[in-house]
Ligand binder design. Structure first.
Ligand SMILES: Cc1cc2nc3c(=O)[nH]c(=O)nc-3n(C[C@H](O)[C@H](O)[C@H](O)COP(=O)(O)O)c2cc1C
Length: 310
């Protein structure tokens, strides 16, 4: 029988592990013990069976990450990395995010540190089959530090309450799952679903159109994300008190999203909750690798809350 994400990480400890996890970029030259390698290898084997991905882990290979061109988040001393490989599929980035984050949390549980690497500049020592692509890496090893808590966006930018129509619920239910590569025929359902979720919900975010316009230019995107926006203290208070009255499972899920790693810490997501129907969904507001972020967010939400999120 195939395992599910909660068989790989215990939901009971999930939030604790998420609170401890931060990206780490400096590592000791200390090999990962055989016993831990076996656990990681077995987890990867299970994930590949469920997801259709072809993830691989490379140990004791210093060249790829340490030759990483200096720039955003240079890695030091890391000799191990997980290769995020998979064939083309409409939801490939999201599925990679979902299962990559399971491995990040598994590593944290084993006392190891990690860092997602979105854009690969070194040469990974891995065989990629025809039709598949190596998209991202995750550095893994013993960190020289435990990293630090990232800055968070405000609740007004990341949380909304909304009453879903039956049409919206139907569309969300038909969306390909974030745990398994979808068939290419499902591309239009995937695209339409993602758009419908966001277009019907007011986001309080006037940066979305700027981000879309600058999507291909990392420097401009970072500049847009750094812009200061006026914060409406009253809206914050209203949202905080609404969140307080939500069920504990939803509050845990939202906290897990705020703890999630996102590309350049962009946090371009909106967690949406229908209080009456008790349905939660996460909308992707777009940005560099935001679909990978979306998979990571859904993984963290589901593990911490024990509930499905659309
Ligand atoms: C999809 C993705 C790609 C990332 N790529 C890089 C990268 O190339 N280099 C790097 O140093 N950090 C990278 N990060 C790490 C983010 O910068 C980090 O997750 C974010 O700043 C939040 O910090 P935290 O992980 O410590 O919570 C990436 C994260 C994600 C989710």
């Amino acid at each position: 029988m195939h395992k599910s994400s909660s068989d790989l990480i215990s939901s009971k400890d999930a939030l604790k592990i998420m609170r401890q996890r931060h990206s780490v970029r400096q590592y000791f030259n200390r090999p990962i013990e055989q016993q831990k390698r076996e656990i990681l290898n077995k987890t990867i084997e299970d994930i590949n069976k469920i997801s259709g991905l072809n993830l691989q882990i490379i140990y004791d290979e210093p060249k790829c990450l340490n030759n990483h061109k200096p720039g955003y988040g240079t890695m030091k001393g890391c000799n191990n990395y997980i290769c995020m490989i998979g064939k083309k599929a409409p939801n490939r980035s999201e599925v990679m995010g979902y299962w990559g984050e399971i491995l990040v949390l598994k590593a944290q549980e084993l006392g190891l540190n990690t860092c997602w690497i979105g854009l690969i500049t070194g040469k990974a020592k891995v065989k990629v089959k025809k039709g598949e692509k190596l998209k991202h890496l995750i550095a893994i090893g013993y960190g020289q530090n435990q990293g630090k808590q990232h800055k968070n966006k405000t609740i007004t930018e990341t949380l909304a309450f909304h009453s879903f129509s039956q049409d919206q619920i139907d569309i969300m239910s038909f969306m390909p799952s974030s745990t398994c590569l979808a068939h290419k025929k499902e591309k239009s359902i995937y695209k339409k679903g993602s758009k419908t979720i966001l277009n019907n919900i007011s986001t309080n975010n006037n940066l979305d159109s700027d981000l879309k316009a600058n999507k291909k230019n990392l420097k401009k995107v970072v500049a847009v994300l750094k812009q200061k926006k006026p914060i409406n203290e009253n809206t914050i208070k209203v949202l905080e008190s609404e969140l307080n009255s939500c069920p504990v499972w939803f509050k845990n899920g939202y906290e897990a999203c705020m703890l999630s790693p996102t590309s350049i810490n962009q946090q371009q997501f909106l967690v949406v909750f229908d209080k009456e129907k008790e349905i939660a969904c996460i909308a992707d507001k777009g940005g560099i690798l935001s679909k990978v972020d979306l998979g990571i967010l859904k993984c963290q939400f589901e593990l911490a809350s024990g509930h499905k999120v659309f």
